[in-house]
Write a protein that binds this ligand. Structure first.
Ligand code: 9YT
Length: 134
């Protein structure tokens, strides 16, 4: 069994920051579960255009409010505590944190290796690419 606390993760190498987000990566590929699980905080008042071309991502909101826009259709969905959005089509999307920092419990499949930050196209590199650089 793996037991971890947010307190242990904070400030460690599993505590990764982007320009407008911070993600505490509670489970990673090296944990052998087949998915990764993160506690992600998106800064209030920010907007990101993302497209996880190589991963499926699900986000479950536990604090803050925001919205997610499907770029292909323009359809906009509100996000508040209790809302899940899952990018089952690797959808290009715009994520806005509109009221308070948006806190999301986030799952990636395949799992992140740990160091991923967004590339200019809004994706994370596939693990194979990171492995060949190691
Ligand atoms: C919602 C989102 O994708 N934010 C970027 C951080 C990501 N959740 C991660 O790396 O944990």
């Amino acid at each position: 069994m793996i037991v971890r606390t947010l307190e242990e993760i904070q400030g460690s190498e599993r505590d990764v920051r982007g320009d407008v987000w911070r993600s505490r990566r509670m489970l990673l590929r090296s944990d052998g579960m087949g998915f990764s699980l993160h506690d992600t905080v998106i800064t209030e008042g920010t907007e990101q255009t993302l497209e996880y071309k190589h991963h499926f991502e699900a986000n479950y909101c536990i604090a803050g409010e925001g919205e997610v826009v499907v770029v292909a259709t323009g359809k906009t969905y509100p996000i508040k505590p209790g809302t899940l959005y899952a990018l089952d089509k690797n959808d290009r999307h715009i994520l806005r944190a509109t009221k308070g920092d948006l806190r999301l419990v986030c799952v990636f499949y395949p799992p992140l290796t740990g160091t991923e930050v967004h590339r200019p196209d809004g994706s994370y590199a596939p693990a194979e690419e990171l492995d060949t650089k190691a």
